[in-house]
Design a protein around this ligand. Structure first.
Ligand SMILES: NC(=O)c1ccc[n+]([C@@H]2O[C@H](COP(=O)([O-])OP(=O)(O)OC[C@H]3O[C@@H](n4cnc5c(N)ncnc54)[C@H](O)[C@@H]3O)[C@@H](O)[C@H]2O)c1
Length: 292
């Protein structure tokens, strides 16, 4: 099986910065973190320094291991130069096909022939990106969850042309950096976890809109009866009502789900987007009382 020594992470935002750190903490990789913005790279490095300091404080990693992980991450803005020595690229730029397509084209042109090109996209299936490369057998989705250093799962998604060897190598890589890989054998929009989550949230909204129970009671029932750490309405507020509405709209457009709930659309129109705006289903303002 190919050894993935040099890992290139493209996009140093919420996901890419932590994918780079988690990879470096694995202790077996040189990591190159690339972003179009120098400021974003500095922010990412600052955040990773804080995450490592906290992990050391809590005894989850030794100070020496933390320091060498940070040292193993090189920062830069030159994708083509970084791709030349990459064994694996993990793309984590904006969720925009045109932007991702350009990254795949450039990485394919610059990276050594055996290198694997992966995308962390939540909704763009790998066959669309593999199609712009000359190596569709060496492309796959590696879908990590936020926050990467806390959430163990990584969905490893096999496109129609992804080889079994690529999947085996990718699964081994994910295990090596201390995450849990799950092999998704056939690509499908939303993969596995988000498909199940969306169904559950849509049902919670139907029950609420139908007047069967209040949203606080639905949350309480799901927390106590299914052992979820948060109820569906708390999760909507946590992730952002606009973000979820985008997911449901997209699903509806693809003919895979119903018209999104009126309640969600009204909240989004009023700017009540959840925690980030201080109000969603619950009130997070200092004056308001957070329930649940
Ligand atoms: N945020 C989440 O909870 C989450 C979870 C799983 C998967 N994802 C997926 O991960 C990907 C990244 O999401 P995010 O939340 O980290 O986004 P983000 O907006 O936080 O970060 C994206 C980064 O990409 C950089 N970028 C944009 N164009 C670039 C280019 N051409 N070259 C280099 N860098 C470029 C931006 O400067 C930015 O720093 C998306 O595909 C998203 O679907 C996100």
């Amino acid at each position: 099986m190919a050894e993935l020594r040099n890992v290139l992470v493209v996009g140093a935002g919420t996901m890419g910065s932590q994918i780079a750190l988690q990879t470096a903490l694995g202790g077996a990789h040189e990591v190159y973190l690339v972003d179009a913005s120098e400021e974003q790279l500095e922010r990412a490095q600052d955040q990773n320094r804080k995450l490592v300091a906290r992990a050391v404080e809590k005894g989850r990693c030794s100070a020496a291991a933390g320091e060498s992980a940070l040292e193993a991450i090189s920062l830069g803005t030159d994708l083509d130069a970084a791709a030349r020595s990459a064994d694996l690229m993990i793309e984590a730029v904006y969720e925009d096909f045109a932007v991702k397509k350009e990254i795949f084209e450039r990485a394919d042109a610059a990276a050594p022939a055996p290198a694997i090109l992966a995308s962390n996209s939540s909704s763009i299936v790998i066959s669309r990106l593999a199609a712009v490369t000359g190596r569709p057998d060496r492309c796959c989705n590696l879908h990590f969850f936020h926050p990467v250093t806390v959430m163990p799962l990584c969905e490893v998604v096999q496109g129609p042309q992804t080889s079994d060897e690529t999947i085996a190598t990718a699964m081994e890589f994910v295990r090596g950096i201390g995450r849990v890989p799950v092999h998704i054998r056939k690509e499908i929009h939303g993969f596995v976890v988000n498909r199940i989550l969306v169904e559950a949230i849509e049902e919670a909204l139907r029950l609420y809109e139908g007047g069967y129970a209040g949203f606080e009671d639905i949350d309480l029932a799901v927390r106590k009866g299914l052992n979820w750490p948060m109820g569906p309405f708390q999760l909507l507020d946590f992730s952002g009502i606009d973000v979820f509405l985008g997911v449901l709209d997209d699903r509806h457009r693809q003919g895979e789900g119903p018209e999104p709930s009126r309640v969600l659309r009204d909240k989004a129109d009023r700017g009540e987007l959840g925690r980030k705006t201080g109000k969603g289903f619950y009130d997070y303002s200092p004056a308001g009382k957070e329930e649940g």
